[in-house]
Design a protein around this ligand. Sequence first.
Ligand SMILES: C[S@@+](CC[C@H](N)C(=O)[O-])C[C@H]1O[C@@H](n2cnc3c(N)ncnc32)[C@H](O)[C@@H]1O
Length: 695
Amino acid sequence: MQDTAKKTKVETPVNQTSMPVPRRPARAELVWEGKYDAQGRRLAPLRVALPFQTVETVNESAQERQRGFMFESPAAYNSKEWRNRLIWGDKKYVLPSLLAEFAGKINLIYIDPPFDTGADFSFTATVPDYPDTSDDSFTFIKEPSFIEHKAYRDIWGGAQTHLDAYLKWFYETAVLLHELLHENGSLYVHLDWHVCHYAKSVLDEVFSPDNFRNEIIWKRTSGHSDAARYGNTHDVIFFYAKSANAAWNDPYQEYEKEYIEQYYRYSDSDGRKWMSGDLGAAGLQGGGYDYVWKGIRRTWRLPQTTMERLDREGRLYYTKPAGIPRIKRYHDESKGMPAQDIWADIESLRSWHKERLGYDTQKPEALLQRIVKASSNENDLVLDCFCGSGTTAAVAEKLNRRWIAGDLGRFAIHTTRKRLLSISGVRPFIVQNLGKYERQVWAGAQFGEANGDKAAERQRAYVGFILKLAQATPLNGYAWLHGLKGGRMVHVGAVDAPVSGGDITAIAGEFKRAVGTGKEAPKTNGVDVLGWDFAFELNEVYKQQAAAANIQMRFLRIPRDVMDKHAMEQGDIHFFELGALAVSVKVQKRDVILRLTDFVIPPDDVPEDARRAVKHWSQWIDYWAVDWDNKGDTFHNEWQTYRTRKDTTLALETTHLYMEPGQYTVVVKVIDILGNDTTKTLKVKVSNHAAQTPT
Ligand SMILES: C[S@@+](CC[C@H](N)C(=O)[O-])C[C@H]1O[C@@H](n2cnc3c(N)ncnc32)[C@H](O)[C@@H]1O
């Protein structure tokens, strides 16, 4: 993995800062708990600037890869080598981390933030048919993880009410978005009745009421009856500009049916509808053209040559012979009606719509198209930090804008990645996260800074904390073996680095030396390695090496929920074993044929009935990709295949032709139907001559 800003210092947020802004007494304002400190000073949002880690490049050409361009410096932003960015992370960290590079540079922001408890994080997962031809697909609701719930409510601040907490969260978002916007930029915030009235006050405060442009009413559904109230059929989209100079391209919308019937009343024999237009110059600015047309002298709206052309084209008509001509304005040539602030012409997505991806809160592309076209120009930069299924990114991509899209949900990131890949000619993009940096911030706040005299103390506190959550007993006297659970030794991986092959060798070495040495010596041959991240090759290669040395090693993931004190209080922490993937390799001269032969999904919140519905391991797999020449860095997605709504089948085999003979490291990445990824590393040797057996 590569970091985009290696030199950025990771700061630990101790408290939010108070700005020395006294409470303004004479202005109507919305106040929520936590808006001011005890001295009446405004609290500013948390600003932790973390470096982004690039975990994947997608669609990069071989030449681009060769150049090794990986966003090492902010200067890259201005270079030709811009890469669109898909970022997995909480906006709380993502937005401040974007500031260093993008403050004042984003041209358009659309957000569709969550506003209903947790609902935005659960999603419908689909177990596809097996065999591919049968019709036995099965869906289940993947409930939100604790950390996802928490991100919605963001109750770290411990506000009195749900609304106070939400407003604090929303205000912090608005402030950072305002800083990210370009002087000519615009913000669109998509909400509904739950919070929109409060949010408007917050946005007025941050953007100034002078910069408020519209409250757009999006009629997302047709009439229905709601018990004891009027049917609720619309969402609200607030549109703010950063300044009076915001980009604006007049948007048009389709005329309504009634309008067409009323005004486009005439039609030609081929069915083309038209309305009749006056050709007199009355009311025309700058006067008109004075000449005689077919015996009638008038001041006309058009010059004589244009009139002659229209006549030739059959676009003039006369209400009576030798009468005054009128012009035919064809419906199919009209740009439509200038868009108004009530949008009733864009349908929300239904199950039969082709663009639907099974992401419950997905918005229609037509909605984003109108926004992106009206408030940005080609090559502008568009941001959506709650991207969900990736509608904003997909529309920006199709309309030739640059984009940054982020989301906290793993499934959202995966859905967006697949959606972008399905756009023909999609430009290369990168997938990033804040991974280890987010954990460092958490560990710094929880156990103290990593540097200085306190480093050993901090490490002990961290290891003790994880062991307690894993219900293991701490061990003394070992460097790599930290605890004991059910007769198995336990190792706790570092906060800021993946568990590596070197770590495994050291753990195994210490384990061997410890056997039979005293009362805390290993009693079984089992070792559990708990880690936040694991190097690509670990699960298979090192597990087998350990097994050869008679150590039964298991790799368990430390869940992100650990960083949530409420999850801990509720004892809601589960350590799951990594998914396991088996791949067979056949080498024929310079052709390498890979075939997936088995996959075990990490048992991460998969309900029992879903497990029962699966008849074949391949049903767990939604997508897989291959990096044919990994150099131990970022995963470069050079080939991929995946299920789509239209084609739910999945190829399990692929072939690659190497241009040069040699030894290559191949990384295979599988993404399961819940959005988790599992990788496997293989070494292949290709030659111009005889087939080689892979190692
Ligand atoms: C209403 S959905 C967005 C749907 C999107 N407009 C679309 O068309 O698919 C809201 C998204 O916000 C994400 N989210 C919620 N809290 C977040 C946070 N603190 N940081 C980043 N993303 C968050 C959720 O995972 C969810 O995908």
